[in-house]
Design a protein around this ligand. Structure first.
Ligand SMILES: [Zn+2]
Length: 106
């Protein structure tokens, strides 16, 4: 989830407070799920919980991908699994999307 998507989701959650009163737990879940996951997507409990966790603490891992250098030569570089930004050092957060970088097996 990118920073823009996180901001849009936070805006959708805040929009639930405007002229809308949630009265029942089922309605609460459905409204929050739609704001967090989306109206068209399937949203079971696990999907909604994972999306909320990504809003609070977005994480990504560093993976090796083939990229082209400035001369068009293919080379393998460590990249962010969430956004594909090249990770050029021992960074704790991705400079492309802001995700906290974790080991793939964490
Ligand atoms: Zn990233």
């Amino acid at each position: 989830m990118t920073s823009d998507e996180r901001r849009e989701t936070a805006e959708s959650l805040r929009y639930l407070l405007v002229g809308h009163r949630i009265r029942y737990k089922e309605q609460f879940f459905d409204d929050v799920a739609e704001a967090v996951v989306g109206y068209e997507d399937y949203h079971d409990f696990d999907t909604v919980i994972e999306s909320i966790a990504d809003l609070i603490d977005p994480t990504a891992s560093v993976r090796l991908f083939k990229v082209l250098d400035e001369h068009g030569q293919e080379m393998v570089r460590p990249t962010c699994s969430a956004c594909g930004h090249v990770i050029a050092g021992a960074w704790a957060f991705c400079p492309g999307c802001g995700s906290r970088l974790v080991r793939a097996d964490d």
